[in-house]
Ligand binder design. Structure first.
Ligand code: B12
Ligand code: SF4
Ligand code: SF4
Length: 432
């Protein structure tokens, strides 16, 4: 019997730049499937039609037997703002790095290759795979399913990107040290000289970290040597990390649009993250003022969390790009769609497309209520996409004043009915 395999992959993950890692069995509790179905039935997935389609694949991960769940902090410190341009929109931190999928893929490939060398079949996913990543992360003891709906870690806070490596070929024998149910705590360290952010749940009263004993396959020699591998962990069965929200409700009360439900799920129809990233077309009028200066995504429920505050700006293993942190809004109106796609290829912005970003920019400029942005909105009023012109008309009415009114009146002849409707609505509002 050897005792190295799962912890060895964990160690490789930590050395590859992940901040936390833990094992769960690949079984999906019926409760999670039922909850997901209910969520869909209630229409809380808004226009994300791919979510119902994924239900079946998310409900059954076979032939995979175990999942190595990984977390990497995106709690970046804000870089310095570049000079020039109109940089007034906020961007959610997860979108601050160029191509987070691209940055994580080589790290995941390394783990998959290591698993394959050990005779296991493995497949990795980050974000858009048909995998209930948060549920698995909770069962792998990376953190708990918090009131915000986020997987929050006691050490790393809520700014945690998740990824999974599904592994085939391990059986319960492989984790035969397991005593009943429990999840895998994470104990890992990076190479000497680097700070250690690996999780340690030893203070948790139900911490299930136990020694494992492993049956074959026998390992090829891998670095680091086995003697340096930290205490191995066990895969979870049913239990999850204990709830550390306690009586706190900061995320719920701070959410600008009351999107957080009392069953720890979101109503995506009103979540700013959904509205600015996934939603196509005009945003419901009553929600626009609440979007404030969020240009892309929203971090309110993450940043108010005391566990994020306690963790601090700990992301070290990748770097934000200031042009993504403080994007100049002007190019969203001046670039063609093709130029936009080229400029933002691989970034999270590409998901919203040029016209989505231009629409969002109008919301931010309108909510700034600052007349100095009327020039840019004038440009938006001539955009080729009617959704952008509609948002510009709304923004003129939000900024208000004589010049905005003149610009609105000029839009009365817009060829699109919906734009005309918004202009008429705005003028009526302006005229009392
Ligand atoms: C669709 C999606 C969205 C949608 C819908 C969000 C939602 N709450 O479902 C929108 C666009 C709104 C969104 C927003 C954001 N997202 Co998003 N999103 C996803 C995606 C692609 C699918 C999520 C999904 O299936 N939702 C459906 C719901 C029903 O599923 P669920 O949240 O996983 O929870 C269900 C089950 O897992 C179960 N469950 C959860 N925990 C547990 C525990 C136990 C023990 C059990 C039994 C069950 C259980 O209960 C739920 C109901 O079934 C995932 C990636 C992925 N593949 O999982 C990223 C993901 C959830 N998003 C992520 C992030 C970072 C964000 C944002 C912070 C981005 C931003 N700053 O703007 C916001 C956060 C909003 C919030 N408070 O949740 C991260 C979250 C990481 C984390 N630490 O939790 C993920 C995991 C991506 C990643 N790989 O890192 N997102
Ligand atoms: S609107 Fe913002 S604060 Fe509210 S749930 Fe969505 S991401 Fe969180
Ligand atoms: S803000 Fe409070 S309630 Fe919300 S996730 Fe963090 S600890 Fe839980």
């Amino acid at each position: 019997m050897s005792t190295f395999l799962p912890s060895q992959l964990e160690q490789i993950a930590l050395e590859s730049g992940f901040d936390g890692a833990g094992w769960a069995t690949a079984e999906i509790p019926q409760k999670a499937v039922d909850d997901y179905e209910l969520w869909l039935q209630q229409g809380r997935h808004a226009g994300m039609d791919y979510l119902p389609r994924q239900l079946e694949r998310k409900s059954n991960l076979s032939p995979f037997t175990h999942v190595l769940v990984l977390g990497i902090s995106h709690a970046f410190a804000a870089p310095e703002k570049p000079s020039g341009g109109t940089r007034v929109g906020r961007v959610a931190k997860y979108a601050w790095t160029p191509d987070y999928h691209g940055q994580l893929s080589p790290r995941l490939e390394r783990i998959v290759a290591a698993a394959q060398k050990l005779g296991l079949k493995a497949k990795a996913y980050v974000d858009h795979g048909p995998v209930l990543e948060r549920m698995l992360a909770a069962r792998a003891f990376l953190g708990w399913r918090a009131k915000s709906g986020m997987l929050v870690s006691q050490k790393l806070g809520a700014f945690l990107t998740l990824a999974v490596v599904l592994v085939e070929g391990l059986d319960e024998e492989g984790f035969s040290g397991e005593q009943g149910s429990g999840g895998a705590g994470v104990r890992g360290s990076r190479s000497a000289g680097e700070s250690t952010l690996a999780l340690d749940f030893s203070s948790s009263e139900t911490s299930p970290v136990r020694l494992l004993s492993f049956s074959p396959p026998p390992p090829p020699p891998l670095s680091p040597p086995l003697s340096t591998v930290p205490a191995p962990s066990t895969p979870s069965k049913k239990n999850a990390h204990p709830d550390r929200c306690g009586t706190c409700t900061r995320c719920v009360s701070s959410c600008p649009t009351n999107a957080i439900q009392n069953d720890r799920t979101l109503d995506a129809r009103v979540c700013i993250s959904y509205l600015t990233i996934e939603h196509r077309g005009p945003v419901a009028l009553e929600l626009r003022p609440h979007i404030g200066n969020w240009l892309f995504g929203c971090d309110v429920c993450l940043e108010v969390c005391p566990w994020s505050v306690k963790a601090g700006d700990i992301a070290q293993n990748w770097q934000p790009d200031p042009e993504l942190v403080y994007p100049d809004l002007e190019p969203f109106f001046t670039l063609s769609s093709r130029q936009f796609e080229r400029l933002y290829a691989g970034t999270a912005f590409s998901r919203a497309r040029r016209k989505g970003m231009a629409r969002n920019a109008c919301t931010v400029l309108g909510n700034s209520r600052d007349e100095q942005h009327l020039g840019l909105l004038e440009r938006a009023a001539q955009d080729e996409a009617w959704e952008v012109r509609e948002a510009a008309a709304w923004a003129f009415s939000r900024v208000g004043g004589k010049r905005a009114l003149n610009l609105l009146e000029r839009m009365l002849s817009d060829a699109n009915e919906r734009v005309q409707g918004r202009v008429t609505w705005a003028l009526e509002l302006e005229n009392g």
